[in-house]
Design a protein around this ligand. Sequence first.
Ligand code: TEU
Ligand code: CA
Length: 535
Amino acid sequence: MNAKKSWWRDGVIYQIYPRSFQDSNGDGIGDLPGIIQRLDYLKDLGIDGIWLSPINPSPDVDFGYDVSDYLNIDPKFGTLEDFDRLLEEAHRRNIHIILDLVLNHTSDQHPWFQESLKSKDNPYHDWYLWRDPAPDGDYPNNWLSIFGGPGWEYNSALNQYYYHTFCAEQPDLNFRNPEVRRAVLDIFRFWLERGVDGFRLDVFNAYFKQKDLLDNPRRKGFHLRPYDRFEHVNDTSQPEMFPLLQEIRSLVDRYPERYVVGETFLADSVQARMYIAPDLLHAGFDYAYARSPWSAAGFGNAIAYWDALHGDKDWPNYFLNNHDTPRSATRYVTGEDDARLKLLACMHLTVRGTPYLYYGEEIGMRDTRYKRSEIQDPVGKRKWLSVKGRDGCRSPMQWDSSENAGFSPAKPWLRVNPDYPERNVQAQQQNPESLLNFYRALLRLRGENPALHAGSLQLLPLEYDSVLIYKRCAPNQTALVALNFSNRPQQISLPAVEEDNQTWQLAFSSSKEIQTDPDARTLSLPGYGSAILFV
Ligand code: TEU
Ligand code: CA
């Protein structure tokens, strides 16, 4: 491993859903000046980069994931000048900015799509996936939309269908058209020139479709969601993505220290891994860890697998939360106790890889429950009976106990979680035992110790059912992390120390009672206790 510190490899990335972080102008919607106001908070927390969910102009059918202009900032978030100021203020604090690029599809309001609607010989027509109806008038093939219903939307003026993986208002681009690829590379260049540090690529492995748009084969077994009844071999993961990623990477590499992370759509760990290489993506997201059951073996297996898939050459990353998934505090905890969340934090910030945090994770924000009439997410609106949608994890950041949690003086676009008078940043800042102070201390320790931010990973055999133990080894430092997933106390024997005359030194623990015995041979952990030791 390269000895020089790298912001994305050794650092920690914090995802902001801009609508919900901080409103600065009283319209109930978070914005860029709001984020600037909170940069000192993020600096003090100890993060190195921010991933901003999309901030480009959008009609908000899918809240920014339907872009109508890739080269501008949505007025509700601010202006290009505000963005430049955010970059400058973030960089001044050594915080890097990652933009979310949603290039598989545009908004149907994007001028490219508006042009493509005009006629079959409009130069932009072929920028999208237009097809004639089947001879019997039926859809061109059997592809569905993951958000429900057919993937094809009929346009009577053209007597053609266009394809959309997501909502009908999110038409997929035709990446087989070289002009589309050129336009996409220009988008990267525009933001690189402006000084952004990296990109998150939304569903990048869906950019290319099979060239003859062949039907997807049926999948075996019972699947509740119609979309899952097909193998998505023809609408995703085509080989043409590799040369395009190489082009993107070589462009990005012309600028120093830039980073590209991909969201691999519908992929398992092995598929997600295929796109990570020195000439492809720096990193990719994999859900296995976030979907682990609550157990030492569950997380241990997910980590062992993802770590081994990366090997020595590449660097894993981990997330427990994002804007599409119920929060970890809701998945793993009932009630208000944060003991399990401290355990997760200790694992998340000490395992080999780049940890991603999602706004509010550091204070243990729970999902907010919304009534049907409050739902904003198109997925929830359409599928209310089976799926409530993704609003629950997108509620406004809880800053303090004032009205609307200090997020906005006006009625927020999504209601604040009613627990905000107790669960908020200000209250946790004042409490030395809080989850927030636990995160801050861990982030500090991680940043200061090469074993924790750069070391290799060695998982120890699971000798104690519920205790996950691993070492992180850097050239002159070894860390040992012990995590008790059960609610009962556990005593573990510490592995032998190879260096003469040295013993494990306890450096961090989830509670003051945690101690090793005087010879540092054993360690006692209370229920959900965690500890980090060094030698
Ligand atoms: O997500 C792709 C994706 O896999 C999700 O649509 C997922 O299937 C869904 O959240 C489950 O309910 C990306 C973005 O992260 C998501 O927010 C967007 O809606 C989507 O792409 C379309 O751009
Ligand atoms: Ca605002």
